[in-house]
Design a protein around this ligand. Sequence first.
Ligand SMILES: Nc1ncnc2c1ncn2[C@@H]1O[C@H](COP(=O)(O)OP(=O)(O)OP(=O)(O)O)[C@@H](O)[C@H]1O
Ligand SMILES: [Mg+2]
Length: 367
Amino acid sequence: MATLDLKNINKSFGATQVLFDIDLAIKDKEFVVFVGPSGCGKSTLLRIISGLEMATEGQIIINGEDVSEAHPVDRGISMVFQSYALYPHLTVYENIAFPLRVQKASKEEIETKVMEAAEILKLVDRLQFKPGALSGGQRQRVAIGRSIVRKPKIFLFDEPLSNLDAALRGDMRVELSTLHKDLDATMVYVTHDQIEAMTMADRIVVLNGGVVEQFDTPMMLYHQPINKFVAAFIGQPSMNFIGAVVTGISDSGLAMRLEGDVNMVLPVATEGMKIGDLVEVGIRPEHVHYAPENGILNITIDILERLGGSSITYGPVAGCKKFCAALDGEAPITEGQTVPLGVDPADCHVFKMDGTALTRQKIPTLV
Ligand SMILES: Nc1ncnc2c1ncn2[C@@H]1O[C@H](COP(=O)(O)OP(=O)(O)OP(=O)(O)O)[C@@H](O)[C@H]1O
Ligand SMILES: [Mg+2]
């Protein structure tokens, strides 16, 4: 059992501050994923949790105990990196056993723990091989095995799958989720990969420039991003934005006129808003459809990508130079054409000019 609290973590390298006032309360057995653009501080924050790096200010608290000053090995944490750094001259068995040998564990204890890890990670028939004879996914599993035998309270992973090809990443993703369930451990996982984040996380921390933008469930990040940064970062392809002006306020939401003279009433919270305010409307590519009868946005298709199940199109819409629409696989459209698109107002997002989102009146109940 392990809760992990980060309190007011700040970190500077010399004169450059890279993390700002990070406060996170991670629950026991939670799978938390850190995502964010390159250089936003994900690895630094993970290293501070592990003790490999010291925070300039703030506390790391595990199970209520302040471990900010504790040595990495005394924190009960295990970290798995992108480069799995196995010992090439040792067998899989010895690689997994390594931390136990360092701890001078008994032969019986080593045997029991290595076999237990090998069972969980499906490596039993590979124990006598050397790493050179393993696939990338198997090597990564050995690296995880090495961390499991230490029975850490918290597992930290820094982009552990990014050296693997797409198919293996998919398999490992499922294996890691299963592992999380089997071990009942608290896990913190850093990735660039949105699909990994969305599929594996109980909750996701979106970091940007060393600041936590939002810490929430994957579905809340998707359906109610707190600001334009999170809205654009979560979801693939990225959300489109069109400028608009508020023309009316009612219980049904905000009436507005989008650039291109499109009028819509969007069901969002209206507190603090007034007629004449400038806003931006956010529309996800998957929320528009080809609507020859009653479309409201006209896209001129510059690029059409047929993926089979869907047709991804890019081109200008009034108020958005490069709008992206994910339409039906068989939508009868071609490059160069201007076609009408429909969108349900309930699917739209609205952002104030400072980037903060207005609360949507209805969001799907899966959340
Ligand atoms: N030892 C260091 N000395 C000075 N600056 C550092 C050091 N380590 C990291 N930084 C800086 O801190 C910032 C955050 O780096 P960090 O490695 O945490 O980013 P990241 O989010 O993990 O990026 P990536 O996705 O590329 O791995 C970067 O601007 C980086 O240049
Ligand atoms: Mg990193």
